[in-house]
Design a protein around this ligand. Sequence first.
Ligand SMILES: C[S@@+](CC[C@H](N)C(=O)[O-])C[C@H]1O[C@@H](n2cnc3c(N)ncnc32)[C@H](O)[C@@H]1O
Length: 344
Amino acid sequence: MSGYKTSKINNRRYLGNKYKLLPFIVDVVEKECRNIKVIADIFAGTGAVSSAFDKSKVIITNDLMYSNYICNYAWFGAENYEPQKIIDLVIKYNSLGSCRDNYMTRNFANTYFSKKDCSKIGYIRNDIEQLFKKKQINARERAILITSLLYAMDKIAQTCGHYDAYRKGCNYENELELYVPLAPVDNNPQNKCFNTDANLLVREIEADLVYIDPPYNSRQYCDAYHLLENVARWEKPEVHGVAKKMDRSKLKSEYCTNKATDAFADLISNIKAKYIMLSYNNMSQKGNDRSNAKISDEDILRILRGKGKVKVFSQQYKAFTTGKSDIADNEERLFLCECSGGVE
Ligand SMILES: C[S@@+](CC[C@H](N)C(=O)[O-])C[C@H]1O[C@@H](n2cnc3c(N)ncnc32)[C@H](O)[C@@H]1O
């Protein structure tokens, strides 16, 4: 018995994550793109797509949400870390009983988590911050520990995967258990992780391949994952309403609004790359209003063709609806644009 369990990048739930599509994405990159050394995954979410490429490639990740930035830094960060430190702390955290009242018990006891688990989450998150302030762990170790905590919360939260509501009156069968994330110790030293708006970032970076996977519809990720974002940031804000959400006004994405097409046009015009690959499904005229895609195929093609030569690849894929509208012919598409006058 080693005394602890381990987790991999895909051991979490995340709307629209592309883990199951990796063979399809990698196949298109291998067959269609030449000389790819630097890949920028600028709406990285869980980082699943970045994880499909070997260490010879430089990986640039970015996401508007700090919680995703932290997970991306844990998995892809160039900074060294000591795995044994993580193991020792995970074992220590898993041996905790109930802890003193804290921000988590005061705001979330017996909602998404039991009071006891809230007390542990609050204690552990505080402890990680203290260790970092005292320089007993570095930024990568801090990110790996927070990632471990976020994945553990996701495993036991009384939700259907996102935090719009919790199941009332449940009996909280599973207790919080942290796993040791199997974060590589030999990432490419030139990897970089960002936490900004993709439209701003593309003005600052260059890559051989820029992979774009924006939200498709009006569901804001900061609404669905407010609690993970809250714990990752640990600014202890006031929370409101039945779902106990913090203020998210600075985290809203234009890609979930009627400004999506303009934002996409601005993004594409500012990208400096040999290739641009876009994931976007074909829900624009199907499903219910909330799951309707915000950018039409005509606009996608018009905007990408302004940048270079475009090819479209598709594969049947299950839609992430709530089950009421079962759409049979949903396909996940990859739009590949070979940019004219790309980066040399
Ligand atoms: C469809 S998900 C990406 C899923 C990801 N490819 C994966 O496999 O996990 C879209 C992501 O874009 C992020 N996002 C939304 N608007 C953004 C923006 N303007 N700039 C950067 N990231 C943004 C969201 O936080 C979300 O994580």
